[in-house]
Design a protein around this ligand. Structure first.
Ligand code: IVH
Length: 687
């Protein structure tokens, strides 16, 4: 048995590790530890606390539910706490669960076995058949109000049918089906934005988008699996409650099964362990629930989990395969990424041929040698990841080294002090970077020019296009001289170039491909400075004043505009008529705030810059401090206490967001609110 002192030391170590990973999982949506490893560490902590109960504190992660609270949303208390499930990876522990229930319960009972859906938990409230509220789990006691976002999930009904109760809560999971996940990541990768690590993180990231209408494009899907027994709706069994929910038009999975004994439970587990790969959405286990509501009530809850349910989790699928070679890919920013070519291997439904090795540090950490056999896991079931080397099969002592020269143009690579990646500094001459930038420039969210990779390759190879502004010099005669072009395709292409001249400034700024400047940062910067010359001449400190622009992004923008070739290129684009200023014609929307001086405080469902813009465009004036001249304080979530205090002192009205939106005539295309893309953009790796 471990000594008390050692236990104390290990307990505090485990708590730190678990807290940190819980934050990465729930808040950043970018976990760095596998679920299996996380659960193993949690079990280790539980067992140490069981050995030394006096070391168990109420803030230990073993008794607290992980928190996914996000500052951008209003907080609402759950009517009944939203708990987690006890989980296990072993059938014998499922047997122990069944034996415990058998021992505690006097009456006969059955089990309802369900899939464990791998998404993010949601709690819906319907009153008089209408959806009134959707909350995330949050910390289990208080959740984020994501109602408006959930209204954009297509299979969540706004209005119920049939004989529904006048008021009830139902809980379930918001999922991202595999095809929606693939499409989303393909789009992000094309924009060189970091891909989501798995559909679960993509689902919870999407549910927390600040712009509800953007949620509709994420292809989210909801499945409901729990009506809290405290609701008192009088169902005899959980299974009946779910059938009733289905009859009210709610999405309930038909994969559940009522089992009478442990052998039926095991059959259910085995069936889905084999067949879950054919499901269109991710699952990570099976949930076994005592079916009879009376039995559930008698078993009750611990502080964190119900005693009437347990989750059996599937192990992430892992395969052993050989590294055939390592490629070094150069992205549009010049970053060089090592990618392993693998002897093709089938894992969780797909053939895996390649896997990123992220960077040199990661390769050293894994101690990869040439020709090694490596374990490939599908983290969160989707992106293949090399997790280790099988040393017994090692045949080479050679360690792969990152090339010292660019694999594409031969220029010596450089590495910045704080970065793990090597870069090709030959920005203007490296073909991979040039083509990467052109592809980014024409992409849908940037200039939306009708062309793809093959066209870029062709135009570049023919020496016709090297920088984006060259596109605007092309004429039909030149295009028709290229293989495969016809009058119609050439005309369509030229028309889309013409159309690109009307693309708004914020997208042009994004299209420039400034490092770390994603779509949303570009929007904030454009709205803040209003024209390119103001951005170009802004001091570093001015740039950091833009909402959500930190030192790294500000530094990148600052450097970009200190590079003469970039300024020349912008000059050419200006000459071709691209938009380099925010258009003013549509500026004034109404005079509903005319004569009003408004101070804002806190976070809103759209960005603070957008709120300020709305104030001005509706005839109001925005001011930063409260005085007797202030008409009202527009208050979002987490307002500054001093401002609230000052308002109280001076008797100034404090107004909520909804009331404000009601006051202004319309919410014009308030644009897409600032999301957490920036946060993700500065994450160094894709995994
Ligand atoms: S029942 C009182 N059923 O797994 C607990 N949960 O790891 C009620 N989950 O927080 C939850 N599929 O987000 C239940 N069929 C299912 C589930 C399920 C996925 C999630 C849920 C829960 C987590 C626990």
């Amino acid at each position: 048995m471990i000594s008390r002192e050692e236990a104390q030391h290990r307990i505090s170590e485990l708590r730190v590790i678990l807290e940190e990973n819980s934050r990465r999982y729930y808040v950043d949506n970018a976990p760095t530890m596998s679920d299996y490893e996380f659960d193993r560490k949690m079990k280790e902590l539980e067992s140490l606390e069981a050995q030394y109960p006096d070391l168990l504190t109420s803030d230990s992660p073993t008794v607290r539910v992980g928190s996914d609270l996000d500052r951008g949303f209003a907080k609402v208390a759950h009517r009944y706490p939203m708990l987690s499930l006890g989980n296990t990876y072993s059938i014998s522990e499922v047997e122990e669960f069944a034996a415990r229930a058998d021992k505690s319960l006097d009456s006969d009972f059955t089990y309802c076995c369900e899939l464990k859906f791998d998404g993010t938990a949601i709690c819906l409230t319907y009153i008089d058949g209408k959806l009134v509220r959707a909350l995330t789990r949050g910390d289990g006691v208080v959740g984020d109000d994501v109602t408006e976002n959930v209204r954009h999930i297509s299979n969540v009904p706004e209005v119920l049918k049939g004989d529904f109760p006048s008021e009830f809560e139902i809980r379930g999971e918001v999922l991202m089906p595999f095809d929606a996940f693939d499409a989303l990541n393909a789009e992000r990768e094309a924009l060189e934005e970091p891909a989501f690590a798995n559909p679960r993180n993509a689902a919870s990231g999407s549910l927390k988008l600040q712009n509800p209408s953007e949620v509709a494009h994420r292809g989210l899907y909801c499945t409901l699996y729990h009506i809290p027994s405290q609701s008192g709706l009088g169902f005899e069994t959980h299974d009946q409650a779910l059938s009733a929910a289905e009859s009210w038009g709610l999405p309930v999975s038909d994969t559940r099964k009522v089992c009478r004994n442990i052998s039926e439970i095991e059959q259910f587990i085995q069936y889905w362990d084999r067949n879950r790969k054919d499901l269109p959405f991710p699952t990570d286990g099976i949930v076994i629930k005592i079916n009879e509501m009376a039995c559930q009530r008698s078993l009750g809850y611990t502080a964190k989990t119900p005693r009437w349910a347990v989750a059996y989790k599937f192990k992430a699928e892992r395969a052993l395969t050989r590294i055939l070679g390592i490629d070094y890919q150069v992205g549009r920013t010049g970053a060089v990424t090592p990618v392993a070519n693998l002897d093709p291997v089938f894992i969780s439904g797909t053939m895996v041929r390649r896997s990123t090795l992220v960077n040199q540090d990661q390769m050293e950490l894994l101690d990869i040698h040439l020709d090694d056999y490596v374990y490939v896991e599908k983290g969160g079931e989707i992106i293949p990841k090399i997790t280790g080397v099988e040393l017994s099969k090692r045949s080479s002592s050679k360690v792969p080294t990152c090339p010292t020269n660019c694999p594409d143009c031969g220029t010596p690579l450089v590495r910045n002090e704080k970065e793990a990646k090597w870069f090709c500094p030959n920005q203007d001459g490296c073909p991979m970077q040039i083509k990467g930038r052109l592809l980014h420039f024409i992409s849908r969210k940037a200039m939306n020019i009708l062309a793809g990779e093959a066209t870029v390759e062709q135009l570049y190879d023919a020496g016709m296009v090297k920088v984006p502004s060259d596109l605007f010099c092309l004429d039909k005669y030149q295009l028709l001289s290229l293989e495969g072009w016809q009058d119609k395709s050439a005309q369509n292409f030229l028309d889309s170039l013409q159309q690109a001249r009307t693309v708004p400034f914020e997208r042009v700024l994004f299209a420039l491909g400034i490092r770390f400047v994603g779509e949303t940062t570009a929007r904030s910067v454009a709205r803040h400075f209003r024209d390119i010359d103001s951005v170009a001449s802004a001091a570093f400190e001015d740039l950091t004043r833009v909402e959500d622009v930190g030192d790294i992004i500000a530094g990148s923008i600052y450097d970009y505009f200190r590079t003469p070739s970039h300024l020349d290129e912008i000059g050419r684009m200006k000459a071709f008529g691209l938009q380099f200023a925010v258009k003013d014609e549509s500026s004034q929307i109404s005079d509903s705030l005319s004569g009003k001086t408004i101070v804002i405080s806190g976070n809103f469902r759209i960005s603070r810059d957008e709120i300020k813009e709305l104030i001005v465009r509706n005839g109001g004036k925005n001011s930063s401090s409260i005085s007797s001249k202030t008409s009202f304080l527009l208050c979002g979530s987490k307002p500054g206490p001093e401002k609230l205090h000052k308002c109280e002192e001076l008797g100034i009205v404090v107004m909520g967001e909804d009331e404000f939106f009601g006051m202004i005539e319309s919410l014009p295309d308030a644009g897409q609110a600032v999301t957490d893309v920036e946060k993700e953009l500065i994450e160094p790796t894709l995994f």
